[in-house]
Design a protein around this ligand. Structure first.
Ligand code: ZN
Length: 100
């Protein structure tokens, strides 16, 4: 299963793709993703069996596009999101924002 960048259409294996996730936002339930190839940044929601792409607006995240990823699972933690697919696991941590 290869997962495409929606900007440059490069395709990535799950390991490369999920390692490019950063900064889990628990409130909006989304992670940031930066394309290793073109540098495009997307917000996405990891859902059971699919990825949801969309935009944060008015304090929520609206999913506009869904990409099926059979077998994808997630576990929400306080300061991290655990993602698993088949036997592989990835952990996306919440970036702690320091007061200015
Ligand atoms: Zn890209």
């Amino acid at each position: 299963m290869l997962i495409p960048c929606l900007a440059c259409e490069s395709r990535f294996g799950p390991d490369e793709y999920f390692n490019a996730c950063s900064d889990y936002n628990r409130g909006l339930d989304l992670v940031s993703w930066t394309c290793p190839r073109c540098g495009n940044r997307d917000d996405l929601r990891v859902l059971p069996g699919e990825l949801g792409f969309g935009y944060p607006s008015r304090g929520r995240f609206d999913v506009h596009d869904r990409l099926r990823v059979p077998g994808l699972r997630r576990q929400r933690g306080d300061l991290r999101l655990d993602i698993s697919l088949d036997r592989a696991r990835w952990q996306v941590r919440t970036r702690i924002r320091q007061p200015a």
